[in-house]
Design a protein around this ligand. Structure first.
Ligand code: ZN
Length: 381
């Protein structure tokens, strides 16, 4: 490397699908950065940017102001995701100092390639979403329909498969920065459309699946953490969705009203807790013991089937009558009498079974989806 190229400043940009970063300053291979807030919202935590001119250089990327992010606990013990080919995502050396520059996360990484991407979690682009929809819509036995349109004019896609009576709804990415949720959906759809898979064959006989891979395409494309195009948190709209604020939820809930719902999973990611867990519907006004027992039994089956799921860590359950009915899981359980749950996967890792190279990853999200579906078959049997 020549002395000239050593002094040349790297370039940092995020002007692409799901990109999010503000460049405060660059000096050689060091950059001072910040995360842009979701449009018309206080939330921020998702980042995704490219660094150029970095081959063989020891990058030092300092993302500042993070103590006022949506989940400051999310930075503690977190390692940033990095990729040089936008296919394999690994973890970079990352240190968080709460007291420096309003909370600073310093990422150190020396790429071999001239360009390199960093993100909060392995991104799931809208282009990949369309590839998934195209592939699945062309699969035998799959019905595709557009449930409605987002405020930016993007379709809310729904894929249905199976001939059974049990109505199963799987919805993901109400919170767009939780990209592991759509990796999970990809794993679920791969399995459900595999003609050779025995669990899928049995499930398709018993169930009708309705899968919404991305409930919030606008937030996804805009590089948001938690909200849609007008800064609305969709998972606080289910009691009263509206065309003005939350057409995405209105479209999905209206479609659910047509089919009814027996079993539902709303797929998310959690910033702080290094584990996979469920949040249930405890505290809904219409709670019945058989409904609650159905949820606990499903949870126990999944826990037995995979070491990537556990029940020790998670959110505290709501007390009787105190459930928040603006959230999908509670509203669906209340409205349809369904067994309904929120699946949370970590941004960090499953600390019971850590992967030092990748942490929690797209691959593990997809494998977890397969276990969730196999558990559903066992639950129904
Ligand atoms: Zn979420």
């Amino acid at each position: 490397m020549t002395p000239e190229s050593k002094r040349t400043a790297i370039t940092v940009d995020a002007g692409f699908d799901s990109g999010n970063i503000e460049v405060l300053g660059v000096d050689g291979a060091t950059a001072r950065l910040a995360i842009r807030r979701d449009t018309s919202s206080e939330f921020f935590q998702w980042f995704h940017f490219r660094v150029s001119g970095c081959a063989g250089r020891a990058l030092e990327l300092r993302i500042t102001g993070l103590a006022s992010a949506a989940y400051p606990d999310g930075w503690v013990g977190y390692r940033a995701c990095v990729s040089e080919d936008r296919d394999i995502w690994t973890r970079a050396e990352t240190r968080y100092e709460a007291a420096v520059d309003g909370g600073t996360m310093t990422i150190r990484y020396t790429p071999e390639a001239a360009t390199c991407w960093f993100a909060y979690f392995a991104p799931y682009s809208m282009e990949r979403h369309h590839d998934l929809v195209a592939e699945m819509a062309a699969s035998d036995g799959v019905t595709h329909r557009v449930l409605g349109t987002s405020l930016d004019g993007q379709p809310i896609d729904c894929l249905s498969v199976g001939e059974g009576e049990t109505q199963v709804w799987l919805i993901a990415r109400q919170h767009p920065g939780e990209s592991m949720a759509e990796w999970w959906v990809e794993g679920a759809l791969d399995m459900l459309t595999d003609p050779a898979d025995p669990h899928a064959r049995a499930l398709r006989k018993r169930c009708r699946f309705h899968v919404v891979p991305n409930c919030n395409p606008d937030g996804s494309r805009r590089g948001h953490l938690r909200t849609n195009a007008v800064g609305v948190n969709l998972n606080r709209e289910w009691h009263e969705p509206s065309a003005e604020r939350s057409p995405e939820v209105l479209a999905i809930r209206n479609a659910m009203d047509e089919t009814g719902v027996h079993f539902a999973m709303d797929v998310h990611g959690d910033e702080a807790i290094p584990a996979v867990f469920f949040a249930g519907f405890e505290g809904i006004p219409g709670w019945t013991e058989p409904q609650g027992e159905g949820y606990r039994r499903y949870r126990a089956i999944l826990e037995r089937r995979t070491p990537d799921f556990q029940t020790r860590r998670g959110y505290p359950a709501a007390r009787p009558g105190k459930a928040n009915l603006s959230m999908a899981t509670n509203q669906i359980a209340q409205r349809f009498g369904a067994v309904s749950m929120t699946l949370e996967m970590p941004f960090k890792d499953n600390d019971d079974l850590p992967d030092p190279v990748q942490g929690w990853s797209p691959e593990r999200s997809k494998l977890l989806a397969r276990e969730c579906l196999a558990s559903l078959l066992e639950w129904l049997s």
